[in-house]
Design a protein. Structure first.
Length: 463
């Protein structure tokens, strides 16, 4: 450990000395500085590997990997924190360690900073910090969610998507699931609407004249596999000078996560054209499949300046170079693995319905129904299913509720009742029963009791 600290101090001394013209003559040869930094990295990683690497410290289900511009390191998300690991695998060090959720790391062009999202203030905001750690800086302050996608080529601003105040001239229906392109200065300041269209996974060409991204046209889940319809995602290219959009992909299914090749013309992206998401490229008018992984989808493609690609497959991180085979990385860390955690999730409530007497509220939280008393906070979970429940309606007497649930392949309508007549509220009930009201192959939504509670109104095969 003393040896590691000593080497770290030397590296820090040389880094500071490079700013001084006297010291720079002796110490600031780029090759020498890089070598010393590499020695420190390798020494720390080597010792950590020797002490920590075993089955219990190997990391699994790693998400949102992003390879550094020089291809030397990979940032990724694990259990709500950002980690950095050498691109050959090994010991991963935690960049963040808060009790909140951090994800979606992106590198600055010089590799010195990482932007990421965090919900430290309730919703997802964009933060930036040094790759060496230290204090993070909050850059966005809107109540909408923001997801960083890339730095500008000069490193002065970060592009992100968000659903905020829409352009008054935009004819697109505003929706939080179709966020538009914004930017914010890395030094802090006002955000700016760059394009009033849905933009995801944006990457900029090295000359800064074009960028590629995938779109979103509807409400279909990002995670749905083998989806073909009129709202599947496509790859687009935007010319900054010409203000012109060009559609790149031609597949009726899903295409996403594009990156520019070194020549600024070849575009690499993920497509389900082969049945499951794999890496494809478009050079000129020709499309070529590069990876042939099956069973599980490839996710989150990124590429370094030396052509090394990085992606996630079945919870593991892989690197890949065109002409070769994907290489799975063994990644381990000394971080604690927490099997369960108590969290306050009020920010995830999507709907609330108040009882007729105002003494009870039914909340839809992550697709489940909860009843609570607004004065005491007493809460009872009413549903616990792998399917989604929503659109709650109280019976006029307050002892029954209607709601829709997605079960057996369609949305159906169910009724829940408090069985004990001495228990007037769901939040304090001991026994509740559920029965189907309408359950068939048709989609039925948004049920509502009539004022006398004898009839219900609902939507059928409509959204």
């Amino acid at each position: 450990m003393k040896k590691v600290i000593f080497l770290a101090i030397i590296a820090a001394f040389i880094s500071v000395s490079c700013k001084n013209s006297f010291f720079s003559r002796f110490f600031c040869d780029e090759t020498k500085t890089g070598q010393i930094t590499e020695v420190v990295d390798n020494e720390v990683a080597g010792m950590a590997s020797g002490m920590e690497k075993n089955e219990s410290t190997m990391l699994d289900w790693l998400r949102y990997p992003s390879i550094s511009p020089d291809g030397s390191h990979i940032a990724f998300s694990y259990m709500g924190d950002i980690y950095i690991v050498p691109s050959k695998g090994g010991f991963a060090r935690a960049l963040t360690s808060s009790e909140y959720f951090e994800s979606s790391p992106v590198w600055s062009g010089d590799g010195s900073k990482i932007a990421f999202l965090s919900n430290r203030y309730g919703n997802f905001d964009v933060f930036v910090m040094s790759v060496n750690g230290g204090e993070s800086k909050r850059l966005t302050f809107n109540s909408a969610n923001e997801t960083p996608m890339t730095f500008s080529n000069d490193g002065s601003k970060i592009y992100f998507n968000s659903a905020q105040m829409d352009n008054k001239e935009n004819s697109m229906f505003p929706s939080k699931v179709m966020p538009e392109l914004y930017s914010v200065p890395v030094a802090g300041g006002e955000t700016a609407l760059e394009l009033p269209v849905p933009v995801f996974d944006m990457k900029i060409s090295s000359d800064g004249k074009r960028f590629v991204y995938h779109d979103r046209k509807g409400y279909e889940s990002y995670w749905r596999k083998h989806h073909t319809s009129s709202v599947t995602r496509d790859i687009w290219e935007y010319s900054v000078d010409e203000k012109k959009f060009t559609k790149i992909s031609d597949f009726e299914g899903e295409d996403m996560s594009p990156v520019f090749g070194a020549d600024n013309n070849t575009v690499y992206f993920l497509s389900e054209k082969s049945g499951s998401f794999n890496v494809w490229k478009k050079a000129g008018s020709e499309f070529t499949q590069l990876t042939k992984l099956d069973t599980h989808p490839v996710r989150w493609l990124s590429m370094s300046s030396n052509g090394t690609m990085c992606f996630s497959y079945h919870g593991q991180i892989y690197t890949f170079k065109e002409g070769g085979e994907p290489v799975r990385l063994d990644i381990h860390s000394s971080s604690e693995k927490v099997s369960s955690r108590m969290r306050t999730m009020l920010g995830a409530v999507s709907e609330i319905t108040v009882s007729p007497d105002g003494m009870e509220v039914i909340a839809v939280l992550r697709g489940e129904l909860y009843a609570f008393n607004p004065e005491t906070g007493t809460t009872k979970r009413l549903t616990d299913t792998p399917r989604e429940e929503r659109w709650v309606s109280f019976h006029p007497e307050g002892r029954k509720i209607l709601y829709s649930a997605f079960r057996d392949g369609s949305w159906n309508i169910y009724e829940m009742t408090v069985e004990n007549k001495d228990e007037p509220y769901f939040f304090a009930s001991t026994v509740v029963t559920e029965k189907p009201v309408i359950a068939n192959e048709s989609n039925t939504y948004q049920p509502s009791y009539s004022p006398d509670g004898k009839k219900i109104a609902y939507l059928k095969e409509r959204t």
